[in-house]
Design a protein around this ligand. Structure first.
Ligand code: SAH
Length: 282
């Protein structure tokens, strides 16, 4: 691999700048095989490899807050593979006009294929251990259940499309799963990739401070979450529901469960239907 075809790793370079805030900074351990590589694998850490025309848009929002800290601590790792380097000719063209005519441009199969080949080293072939994903509005809509499955994998490769999308043949050849962020069209897959990674990384062990918060939240148990409140107790003449300040945990639980059910019924009849049927079946 020549220098400019090497994947770029994020979050590692700044490690020397990590402040320990009075506790030991977590030091990732490198597998010996990787010691000489510029992008060392952190033993056991979940890894994202992202194929994109815009590597500078990563880590983006993932570099902040909990996901950012976890990245710096080596609890997950991020590599970008710049699609442009596999382009053709003087201008490194990555796209061409659609066969059959029509508006826009299509990312070429040979260019995207070369990027998938560059992403391959060190990744298992088994799609359960290492899913290969194309972010696409035609994909299976992303859900919390999918995030939970992806979090159990060793990592994943994500292809961010641009323009009209990608030549179909490369999706077939590399056995790519299409995943959608929702029923709308973005200009590129980068924001969708960041949304997926965010949802996955927060489920990795030790990333969120309080593991319970992923058990009890919207979409984890088939219901939307109850309303939340915090201080001040009164704001613009609005008070916090009495039950929440009563100190009676049983009543708080009951109230939250009821709110959760009412909100789900009202806003997401589709979820409520599934929830009600599941209760009947079990
Ligand atoms: N012509 C395509 C849309 C292309 S949008 C179609 O009609 O299906 C350009 C790129 O943005 C896509 O290749 C994809 O990577 C990304 N994208 C757009 N909408 C998306 C969505 N809802 N979920 C995930 N990725 C999306």
């Amino acid at each position: 691999m020549s220098d400019d075809t090497k994947p770029r790793s994020h979050g590692m370079k700044s490690r020397s700048l990590t402040r320990s805030h009075g506790r030991l900074a977590v030091r990732p351990t490198h597998k010996p095989r990787e010691l000489l590589s510029e992008t060392p694998d952190i033993a056991g850490a979940w890894r994202a490899k992202i194929i994109t025309l815009f590597p500078e848009s990563f880590p983006g929002v993932l570099g902040h807050s909990l996901t950012g800290r976890a990245l710096q601590e080596g609890k997950w790792a991020l590599e970008t593979i710049e699609l442009r380097q596999f382009g053709h000719g003087k201008h490194k063209d990555v796209d061409d006009t659609p066969a059959g005519g029509g508006a826009g441009m299509v990312l070429r199969a040979d260019v995207v294929g070369a990027a998938f080949d560059a992403a391959r080293p060190g990744t298992p072939m088994d799609q359960n251990r290492w899913p290969v994903i194309y972010l696409s509005p035609r994909g299976k809509p992303f859900t919390q259940a999918m995030a939970q499955n992806f979090a159990k994998a060793e990592g994943m490769t994500l292809l961010c499309g641009r323009f009209e999308g990608v030549d179909e043949r490369v999706l077939e050849e590399y056995n790519v799963q299409e995943v959608s962020l929702g029923d709308f069209v973005l200009t590129g897959g980068e924001i969708a990739a960041q949304a997926l990674i965010d949802a996955i990384v927060r489920l990795l062990p030790d990333v969120l401070g309080n593991a319970d918060s992923t058990v009890d939240e919207s979409h984890s148990n088939g219901l939307l979450e109850h309303p939340q409140y915090t201080r001040p107790a009164e704001w613009k003449d609005r008070t916090i529901p009495d039950v929440l300040t009563s100190g009676h945990h049983g009543n708080v639980e009951k109230w939250r469960q009821k709110q959760s059910e009412d909100i789900t019924k009202q806003r997401r009849p589709d979820m409520w239907e599934r929830h009600a049927t599941k209760d009947k079946d079990s």
